[in-house]
Design a protein around this ligand. Structure first.
Ligand SMILES: [Zn+2]
Length: 149
């Protein structure tokens, strides 16, 4: 399988990390808007969302149907695509949990920021395979500005 890459502008990366720090020790989540190109995907903007999981906001992130509609509407208005989602892992590694895999959809990029003791650490990105068997790590390429795929 060919490697997949996700281009993320510095500013978007900064905001993902800041969101994770703001909501610590709870998880943050949001949508990623951008463009999908040939073997390369670019994030241009993010849409912060509320984490609806009141029962366990520390380690459960859930995107609701309303969130998907809101994110798709914003993408459409900005002539972008909804390319993925981000969330934080408070005091856990930046790796998808079983819960994440069970609740993910193929195709989208899932960016995870690890927030250790209130400090944003590793940021990784993952894509679920079509058969849902496993996540494939997606290489994040930080760029100064949107590259315009
Ligand atoms: Zn997670």
């Amino acid at each position: 399988m060919s490697a997949v890459r996700l281009a993320v502008p510095d500013e978007v990366m900064r905001r993902i990390r800041a969101h994770g720090v703001d909501t610590y020790p709870h998880e943050c989540c949001g949508a990623l808007l951008g463009r999908d190109g040939d073997g390369r995907r670019e994030v241009i903007e993010l849409v912060p969302l509320a984490n609806h999981r009141d029962d366990s906001p520390r380690n459960r992130f859930e995107v609701m149907a309303d969130d998907v509609r809101l994110a798709e509407k914003m993408a459409h208005e900005k002539r972008l695509e909804l390319v993925g989602w981000y969330h934080s892992h408070p005091d856990s590694p930046a790796r998808p949990s079983e819960y994440d895999r069970d609740h993910a959809w193929p195709w989208y990029s899932y960016v995870i920021v690890s927030v250790q003791k209130g400090v944003a650490c590793d940021v990784t990105s993952w894509r679920l395979q079509e058969d849902r068997a496993r996540y494939e790590r997606e290489e994040i390429e930080t760029v100064a500005h949107p590259v315009g795929i």
